[in-house]
Design a protein around this ligand. Structure first.
Ligand SMILES: Nc1ncnc2c1ncn2[C@@H]1O[C@H](COP(=O)(O)OP(=O)(O)OP(=O)(O)O)[C@@H](O)[C@H]1O
Ligand SMILES: [Mg+2]
Length: 386
């Protein structure tokens, strides 16, 4: 059976045992999250730096599936400063979306659970830990404080309701001023204009299928920005669009962000988009942050072999190459992670020590950190010299 398991197959008995154990764990976690009237003191916390809008601190988000526990996010820490854009890059499946869904409390439950760590959300006069917050309370913060622009507008918009009604509903749900129906409608039309839809009154009465992809994406942005959230999560906001529309949407996002003075967490595969938009960059690999720094540091001085590989696989205008670089190998199985550096089996720059435990984080500058043994030894040398 051990052999079978290594091939990725589970016996029915084994699978039943796992799902029983999972149910026990998730039932316990769900019970805690579903409680009513939880006192605020339970999830009240303090920001490490009041200049940050969000701080992810050692976040662990797991999915308890019948095939085993998927450690999608396994100890992620980074922050999103107020008024800045943080780009999150990494290979498909490295946990970018799960990190942002954890912040929104929109994980697929009960399988998906935050099992450890904190997500501190700056509310202005106080801070909340989203990881501990009951669902009931989080609902009131979505839209107002954090909102998300989803990757696929066609699956996120409801096909049977008109565009206007869907945006009206968002405004109405979070409306604290008790606006009239006409006032809400006027605000929706204003929002549609703001995101650059020319025929905003006409679009108000249309169904999602009557719009082009770029227009649907704009509607998604209007919806996400309807209540001027402090943090906007944009998960691949432009992947499905052509380049000219992409540039327009990014411009729009940047412009609106400055207008309502919020922060953006921008998730994308596209390093070009990151270069254009981000102040800080977080590079994720297999559920962990392998490197983070300012955009300049990451683009000019990539330190982690994975980041270096990413940079090398990006086409550059004017540079002729026979074949673009591609990083060899594939991401390890998230159910069965190795107990050494997750990138070691694909790494072409290994040094002594790489066979040891997962590498600790090394600071290369006050803002630039990397988890790699190549710098660990350099750090020790400089310490010895002193
Ligand atoms: N509902 C779920 N149930 C089980 N596993 C899940 C679920 N959602 C995500 N995962 C797993 O979590 C891991 C991270 O997924 P995630 O969607 O965060 O990747 P990503 O970095 O956003 O990738 P992409 O760039 O392709 O969007 C993957 O291994 C995925 O299989
Ligand atoms: Mg994703």
């Amino acid at each position: 059976m051990a052999k079978k398991q290594s091939e990725g197959y589970l016996s029915a008995k084994e699978s039943r045992r796992i799902s029983k154990a999972n149910r026990k764990i998730t039932a316990q976690l769900e019970k805690r999250r579903g409680r009513k009237n939880v006192p605020e003191s339970e999830y009240l916390t303090q920001m490490r730096d009041p200049q940050n809008a969000v701080e992810f601190d050692n976040l662990h988000t797991y999915f308890f599936t019948d095939a085993g526990t998927v450690k999608s996010v396994d100890g992620v820490s980074f922050e999103v400063p107020i008024g800045k854009t943080v780009g999150v890059v990494g290979e498909s499946g490295c946990g970018k979306s799960v990190t942002s869904l954890s912040l929104m409390q929109l994980l697929q439950r009960p399988q998906g659970q935050i099992v450890e760590g904190a997500i501190r959300l700056n509310m202005g006069d106080k801070a909340y830990d989203v990881a501990k917050m009951p669902t009931e309370r989080m609902q009131a913060l979505r839209g107002n404080y954090v909102s998300m622009i989803f990757q696929e507008p066609m699956t996120s918009l409801n096909p049977v309701f008109r565009i206007g009604a869907q945006i009206d509903e968002v405004i109405q749900l979070h409306d604290e001023e008790g606006r009239s129906k006409a006032a809400i409608q006027a605000r929706t039309i204003q929002l549609l204009q703001m995101v650059g839809i020319a025929n905003s009154e006409g679009v108000y009465g249309m169904y999602p299928h009557e719009l082009s992809g770029g227009m649907r994406q704009r509607v998604m942005i209007a919806m996400a920005l309807a209540c001027s959230p402090r943090v906007i999560i944009a998960d691949e906001p432009t992947t499905a669009l052509d380049v000219t529309i992409q540039a327009q949407i990014l411009d729009l996002l940047r412009h609106l962000k400055d207008q309502i003075h919020s922060s953006i967490m921008l998730i994308t595969h596209d390093l070009g988009v990151i270069a254009e938009m981000a102040d800080y960059v977080v590079v994720m690999y297999a559920g962990r942050v392998v490197e983070k720094g300012t955009a300049q540091e990451i683009f000019e001085n990539p330190a982690h072999p994975y980041t270096i590989g990413l940079m090398a696989s990006k086409p550059v205008v004017g540079k002729k190459v026979d074949k673009l670089y591609s990083i060899p190998g594939k991401v390890p199985n998230p159910i069965d992670m190795p107990n050494y550096c997750y990138f070691k089996d694909r790494c072409e720059m290994c040094v002594n020590g790489c066979e040891g435990a997962y590498p600790p984080e090394v600071s290369l500058s006050p803002t630039h950190t990397v988890s790699c043994y190549r710098y660990e030894s350099r750090k020790e040398e400089s310490e010895n010299e002193q």
